[in-house]
Design a binder for this molecule. Structure first.
Ligand SMILES: [Zn+2]
Length: 183
């Protein structure tokens, strides 16, 4: 699926969650399994482990592909550092440590029916289940770009069709990845 461009195209492809939200949710949202466990970062700073996140069914594949590539990238990085002669379990443990140390598993939210803060007209793409926030504490939404994500991580999302909120021209939203451009 090509990444939709503009709000009208988003409505056409993903449906309109405003008319009958309960019906739209039942028809479009699914629980998507993460290739590695996520930790949900709550507003009070506490973390809870998640194996699935709620997304629009049409972005399940591009989401899963990103996470699988992240896992493969880290596994190769660990092998290059530690040597290629260890057991699979050894790499699993080391990769998991790396995921947690760099916050690739810290999840700030996906589906959430709400307008963009400060506006009433437009819906946030979180309202369609096609936007995901990662490691919000270290990747705040602000005018000057601040991010903990290395280029390879951001490029992995982009390669699978996601637009990065750090590229917004006005407010930089570096925690945010969405499956649409131009809105
Ligand atoms: Zn967001």
């Amino acid at each position: 699926m090509n990444t939709p461009n503009g709000f009208e195209e988003v409505l056409r492809i993903f449906g309109d969650p405003r008319t009958d939200n309960a019906k739209w949710q039942a028809a479009n949202l699914i629980e998507v399994h993460c290739p590695f466990l996520f930790r949900y970062f709550d507003d009070d700073g506490s973390l809870s482990v998640l194996s699935h996140i709620r997304l629009h069914k049409l972005v399940a594949e591009p989401f899963t592909s990103v996470q699988a590539d992240v896992l493969n990238y880290l596994r190769l990085a660990v092998k290059k550092e530690q040597g290629f002669d260890k057991t699979s379990h050894f790499y699993d443990v080391e990769v998991q440590k790396r995921i947690e140390a760099d916050g690739y598993d810290i999840f700030g939210g996906s589906y959430n029916y709400r307008p963009i803060r400060g506006t009433v007209r437009k819906l946030s793409l979180h309202s369609f289940g096609i936007a995901i926030d990662m490691d919000p504490d270290k990747n705040p939404r602000q005018s000057v770009l601040k991010t903990s994500f290395p280029d390879w991580y951001i490029n992995t999302w982009k390669r699978h069709g996601w637009f990065w909120g750090g590229d917004f021209r006005s407010l930089r939203d570096s925690m945010h990845f969405q499956y649409a451009t131009g809105c």
